[in-house]
Design a protein around this ligand. Sequence first.
Ligand code: GLN
Length: 487
Amino acid sequence: MLPKEKWKKAWEWKKLLAEKKTSPKEICEEYLKRAEQDKTNAFIKLTPEWARGVAQSVSQDSQDVMSGIPIGLKDNLVTKGIETTCGSKILQNYKPPYDGTVVKKLKDLQAVVIGKCNLDEFAMGSSNENSAYGSVSLPQKENYVPGGSSGGSAAAVAGGLVVHALGSDTGGSVRQPASFCGVVGLKPTYGRVSRYGLVAFASSLDQIGPLALDVQDCADMYDSIAGYDPLDSTSANRKNESCGLRVREVRESKSKRDEKLKSLTVGLPKEFFGEGLSDDVRASIDACIQKMRAKGVKFKEVSLPHSKFALPVYYVVAVSEASTNLSRYDGVRFGPRILPHENKTTLEEMYSATRGALFGPEVKRRILLGTFALSSGYYDAYYKKACQVRNLISQDFIRTFHDVDVILGPTTPTVSFEKGAKSNDPLSMYLSDIYTVPVNLAGVPAVSIPSGLGNHQLPVGLQIIGPSFSEPELLSAAATIESLLEE
Ligand code: GLN
């Protein structure tokens, strides 16, 4: 386990700041030092000037939960004037001319950005071995993977290099690395957090989400970034209730927490506890369920019958959308250009030389599959059919939430694995996301919290899923469970 007492949460730092026991500058220097000495390769780029600039100007007494707090940003979040590579050579040295909406919000709140976090190229992967800037290591065990694709963000939080980090979750990329690294990770409801300035992978699935050391921090970060944004046409125009306050209530009062546990009805989907779930993960999740049962939580077996189609549906929808989204990287508009025959190169030769040399193998595999699935004659058989089945998956969730408040299960079928163990077998890699992908297809929110340790003393994650737009209830349920597990 990580020496968590050394890694303070944002709300703990805020207390020390209010008591004048430290200063934003001191906190910033401490985290920059740790990030500079990092051996996990969690960052693609450190941003010390940005960090120090904010730390110097932020007021010691600022009440906002984010101000003066060191954070990391996944390197697919565009930052004005600062390289945004998406873990790809095709965007090497690319400096965006604008800030994404969440980046702007965090700038306005005076969060201290320590750096841009490593990721699988264009967020495609489950182990962070697909980055053109080198793989990331699990902070707890050398040569093991931190999960992906937000592996750099998760490793930076778990390794104490930042207090918070943002990731993006298309099929599990916040929750799966959170689970592997033993931290908390939230995928919000689709439409809750603006995607403006998140480099698109699969637009109907992508959501930005926080990674943090506990549910309180995760809720506070979510409150800071969520909300309607006219710059994102899929943004939901709905009122936001503070999740941080709801979590604080249960965290600060044991009687409130126990009351909440007694009123909770939890669904256990039989599809999430079947074949493929490893014994150590099952044992850890079962132990959590026992603890909750002892406190009066009601459990119901439920079924999400179409979730068995989730992976094939995801790998049609995601690759199709990726193939169109990635067509913009053509050597003309962004990044470097390769001209194989100097000034005699044709446009097509330039496209293929640039894309051929600068995209990595996983990205190419997906562009090929997606282009095929969308091509005329196949569109109806693949993309359209996948969208129809996606709707059935979504209906399974809607129906189940008539009977239960939240759905609970493992976040991933196994704990972290050794680097290289699955690199040559994409299908077995894709299976790491078997419990997270249905959630993205349905658009509902879900959070992964640490539930204990499995094989090799590595963290296990518990996934809690709620109905669309239920973040306040979902996070307060997660906080009650977290507090019970810590007892
Ligand atoms: N691992 C999944 C994939 O490779 C999910 C990625 C993600 O959520 N960004 O597509």
